[in-house]
Ligand binder design. Structure first.
Ligand code: FMN
Length: 191
């Protein structure tokens, strides 16, 4: 059966698109009966925006930056924000970024370019948010926070907030190329 489904293109990337990106994503989740939502949130802004919606039937996972992303030993999403999100039923996951991992350490130490970052930059030809959507979906699956083999919705942005949402069936990191990006719900048109 053919499906007519349109992508919303935001004129510019960025935080100003957050509420609309979330709203489009949750509408599509409802239409497709998708229960699992994974979103990127560095400081908690996007995660706090999703709390404004009815999440009662959803499994919402907030993937945040790994400790030390900005400053060694420091986290960006505070314990207070984490507790607030958990109180609203949102799971918060903090772990090594799938595409960066050891590749970023290699580049920093020796220069050059390594596989993880090549894959990441290829996704970036669709915009930053697309790269992040795939990355956080895999991280959430590898953390055991979403079910295997199911379509989920991932929401991410460009530096801050959200401007991209996709329906994706992530694979575990070790089988990364089995990942399927099924629908692009919204993304910035230019950047
Ligand atoms: C694991 C992870 C990786 C990210 N990678 C990038 C990236 O490569 N490029 C980018 O523009 N934003 C990146 N982001 C930012 C997110 O796409 C999103 O805009 C941000 O986390 C929202 O944070 P906020 O809710 O505190 O505003 C990343 C975020 C996370 C959690």
């Amino acid at each position: 059966m053919e499906i007519d489904q349109y992508t919303t293109y935001f004129p510019k990337p960025g935080k100003q698109n957050t509420l609309e990106a979330i709203s489009l994503a949750l509408n599509r989740a409802n239409e497709l009966k998708i229960k699992d939502i994974v979103l990127a949130s560095s400081y908690g802004y996007t995660a706090k925006q999703i709390v404004k919606f009815d999440l009662s039937k959803l499994n919402v996972v907030c993937v945040t930056h790994h400790a030390g992303f900005d400053k060694p030993g420091k986290v960006e999403l505070t314990d207070q924000t984490k507790k607030y999100l958990q109180k609203h039923g949102i799971k918060v996951y903090r772990g090594t970024h799938f595409f960066s991992g050891v590749a970023r350490a290699m580049r920093t130490e020796f220069g050059g370019v390594y596989t993880g970052e090549i894959v990441a930059n290829t996704y970036r030809t669709f915009g930053e948010g697309m790269k992040v959507c795939v990355e956080i979906a895999i991280m959430a699956l590898d953390a055991g926070l979403i079910p295997y083999g199911k379509e989920i919705i991932a929401i991410a942005g460009t530096g801050a907030g959200a401007d991209t949402a996709v329906v994706v069936k992530p694979a575990h990191g070790k089988r990364f190329f089995d990942t399927q990006i099924i629908e692009i719900i919204c993304k910035p048109r230019t950047w």
